[in-house]
Design a protein around this ligand. Structure first.
Ligand SMILES: Cc1cc2nc3c(=O)[nH]c(=O)nc-3n(C[C@H](O)[C@H](O)[C@H](O)COP(=O)(O)O)c2cc1C
Length: 209
C-alpha cells in the first residue's frame, strides 16, 4: 500500500532547507486535499491561512516557542476555526449544498434546524473544542498529501494561539488559530530524519472486541 510507504517516509521535520520552495502546482494539490477533508455535517467551520511572507513568519516565530521551522520552511499553514458559531454558518452551507446538488433550499430547512438544535446543545467550551477538532482532520490530510508529494512537513501545536490571533488579525474575522503545519524540504542536517519511528506495538494500540 503506497500510503503506508508514504507514512513511513514522512517525519515531523525539525530543520527545513530555507532555499527550497514548494511550487504553486503542489500547493494547489495540498489545498485540494485540505478542501476534501471530512468535517462534521460537512460544515467546514475553519479556514487555512497559507503564509509565505517571511516578515509575517518572523513575527510568528517568538509566538511559536522560537521553533526554527516557522521561518526555515517554505510555507506555514495556520488552521483557524470559527469561534462564534451562528445560524449564518449553517445557512451558507445549505445554500452551497442546494446549489451544488441542485436541491431546493426549502428541502434542506429541516436538516438546517436539526444541525442548529444539535449545535445549541453544546456549551461554549464544547463548541470551541468541536470546531477546533475538525481542523485536525484537515491537518491529517495535509500530512498524507505532503508525504505523497515528497514534501516534508511538521505538524505543530507549540505556539500561542492568542498571539497568532493578534498578529494575523484573526479575532476580527471571528477566527482563532488551532493547529499549524510547516511545509517544505528537509535540510540534510536535520538528524531527526535518521531516527527510527517510535510507535506503540499494534497489540497495545488495538483491541478487538
Ligand atoms: C498535533 C501535533 C502537534 C505537534 N507539535 C509539534 C511542535 O510544536 N513541534 C515539533 O517539532 N513537533 C510537533 N509535533 C510532531 C510530533 O512530535 C511527532 O509527530 C511525533 O513525535 C511522531 O513523530 P513523526 O511524526 O516524526 O513520526 C506535533 C505533532 C502533532 C500531531
Amino acid at each position: 500500500m503506497q500510503l503506508i510507504d508514504n507514512l513511513e517516509w514522512r517525519y515531523a521535520t525539525k530543520h527545513f532547507d530555507p532555499g527550497k520552495k514548494v511550487s504553486e502546482t503542489q500547493l494547489k494539490q495540498i489545498k485540494k486535499a485540505i478542501q476534501l477533508s471530512a468535517s462534521s455535517y460537512g460544515l467546514q467551520l475553519y479556514k487555512a491561512l497559507i503564509i509565505e511572507d517571511i516578515s509575517t513568519r518572523e513575527k510568528l516565530k517568538p509566538a511559536s516557542w522560537d521553533q526554527q521551522q516557522i521561518t526555515e520552511a517554505s510555507h506555514l499553514i495556520v488552521f483557524c476555526n470559527y469561534t462564534n458559531l451562528q445560524r449564518k454558518h449553517i445557512d451558507n452551507f445549505l445554500a452551497l449544498k442546494s446549489e451544488t446538488q441542485q436541491l431546493p433550499l426549502s428541502e434542506l430547512k429541516g436538516y438546517g434546524d436539526f444541525m442548529e438544535g444539535k449545535i445549541n446543545e453544546k456549551s461554549d467550551e464544547e463548541l470551541k473544542h468541536w470546531t477546533a477538532k475538525q481542523t485536525y482532520l484537515a491537518l491529517g490530510n495535509l500530512l498524507a498529501a505532503c508525504a505523497e508529494l515528497k514534501i516534508d512537513a511538521c505538524p505543530m501545536e507549540g505556539f500561542e494561539a492568542d498571539k497568532y490571533d493578534n498578529i494575523l488579525g484573526l479575532s476580527q474575522k471571528g477566527l482563532t488559530a488551532s493547529v499549524i503545519a510547516a511545509i517544505g524540504y528537509r535540510s540534510e542536517e536535520d538528524q531527526t530524519q535518521y531516527h527510527r519511528k517510535v510507535r506503540k506495538p499494534t497489540e497495545q494500540l488495538f483491541e478487538t472486541i
